[in-house]
Design a protein around this ligand. Sequence first.
Ligand code: GLN
Ligand code: ZN
Length: 765
Amino acid sequence: MAIAHNLGFPRIGPKREMKKAVEAYWKGELDQQGLMQTGQSLRAQNWALQRDADLDLIPVGDFSWYDHVLDMTALLGCVPPRFGELQDGEVDIDTYFRMARGRAPRGADARACEMTKWFDTNYHYITPEVHENQAFHLASNKLFNEVAEAQQLGHKVKPVIVGPLTWLWLAKAKGGDFDKLTLLDALIPLYGQILSQLQRQGVEWVQIDEPLLVMDLPHAWRQAFESAYHRLPVRELKLLLTTYFGTLQDNIGLIAGLPLAGVHVDAVRAPRDVHILIDHLSNQKVISIGIIDGRNIWRSDLDACLNVLEDAQTYLGKRLWVAPSCSLLHTPVDLEQERKLDPELKSWLAFARQKLKEVAILKRGLNDGRDAIADSLRMEREAIKARRQSDRIHKEAVAKRVAGITPEMVQRKRSYAERIKIQRERLGLPPFPTTTIGSFPQTAEIRAMRRDFKAGKLTPKAYEDKIKAEIVNVVRRQEEYGLDVLVHGEPERNDMVEYFGELLAGFAFTQNGWVQSYGSRCVKPPIIYGDVSRPEPMTVAWIRYAQSLTNKPLKAMLTGPVTILQWSFVRDDQPREQTCTQIALALRDEVADLERTGINIIQIDEPAFREGLPLRRQDWDAYLKWAVRCFRLASSGVADETQIHTHMCYAEFNDIIAAISQLDADVITIETSRSDMELLDAFVDFEYPNEIGPGVYDIHSPNVPSTDEMIELMKKAAARVPPDRLWVNPDCGLKTRGWEEVDAALKNMVLAARRLRQSTVGHAA
Ligand code: GLN
Ligand code: ZN
């Protein structure tokens, strides 16, 4: 009999109950007991739902108050000293929240741990910090308590933990450089204790997540897998090693030798791994096939899934397990909650709950034959056929345009060196020109105004007037600061992707399709379901209005094609590259319209450019090639006089610097202030030829930087980059900041630029 299981279920709750409870607790509106009760009832609900979906094993330990990596860190007692002594050696909930976000109802504020993206997802984990002589001890009972809790409710549980190598890989070495692998000697006994405890609790299977195995690993780390796993006291306990998000490739041989009872593969991302694993694993071991896509929201082609599974079953028999490809953390909770989605589109979708049903259907198909699931298969087939043929999806005109793309369309007419002369002459900007990244404070009033308009409480005319009034406000203030290149402030945009998605054809939006981004923060990614086109201009009216208010050049703001793609759920019926190309064409039209309306500077933001990078190096070039091409398709239609800016933030630029340069944007603004201009080094080493605005104002902090601090930063920049190619600007958009700080900071920034112009470094221009 095939077994059905799940790697993890969304913990936010169908109505974001987790978010609400946690935030109420932080504010002191909910006490600890109330918080714990919410957690208990959410877990009970999630477990029951998974049992009712006919899963044989239910994950426990996937529930988290903030982040599952932080849970593991707490379990291991790896708490940086700045959070103080642990009471009774235990990481209590307040210490936990202080590590996550710097503060909690009880305990002193302290600098929060860093946060980074979990592999290639938009989920952020809290980075563990380790020191050279890091000690570990069991410091949390959360996992063990939850196991007992689930058992008491009668569930057959499979505890989930982050594996030692993945945890250590993600950890940051603090206090000097040392080889993190030296910590394994201390770490492995702890994992041993955890496993022993679980065994004492009557657990049979433990899921040990090692997504690290889909990465290119240094030799030492591969060896460490061997030595570490051989030292785990597994005894009767069965370990299911789970990998996901990519192919195991050369790590398959490595896994084959480990003392495991089973291995999970992501058969959506790495279909070929299934057979290689079957060939490599001993015939005692379970293979769990992650066949239902845990990273997207489409209904599965169950026939195709069954073909794969039935074939595997002939080799594996009852050693075959069926599951989603990865934790369902990355999908929204329940499609049934969507009341406004178009029924046809809805019939093509599956969220976490629906995906578990698919897993269960596949299990039944395997165990009882296809006849037993004939009805489900027929319905699925019809939905898939309807989707394939729907004229909502395929637009002749879009296909034609894509087919008609010529090499000239991705190429500016003249080289940067020639363009910049024409642009400088036309714009007449001083050396060290000052500008911002686009958004200005989004006050409660602005958000209320957009909400009222959406709810029909504000007429289009009234809304337009209010937005215009805000644009006037933003333009006036920028003139007062003395900025050189102004922006309209983006008051009409709730979110830089959603705004464009709502105006483009081929996008749909959910009411409740929330996915955890970090901690209590959830996002609702748009769904790109069909060919993308632009029915009409999206930004032109606002930008034209803003330009009409000032004699200074106004910089228009667009979100780039790669970022729109990256922050949406995308079609699975064509390559990502194809979808991105369609978005790029739509943006190209917007760029042309902006230019036609008299705008001389257009910024195309690509903050997600770097995070689209595939996990394996061998796939990087292909991605970068089409990502660059899409950006250029969007941006290269303009005359040489028109200056194209781009913006990227919170990324390591080293890996992608060549591609950034190929974007051929006339100006790039980047985040650098926190790193003390170190992030600029990638550009310096590469001899990046175009203009750069290294951020001098950390917009994630409420602090107002002084003029001197900003001059210091710019001097560091000018020591690295010829000063005539430097711009002066904040790190990123200002939408989360308050007016008071922004007023003060930007005045200081303009003053910094003026002083720089007077000092010697400024004379190159
Ligand atoms: N133009 C956007 C803004 O200023 C850019 C945001 C971003 O880089 N994430 O808000
Ligand atoms: Zn940014």
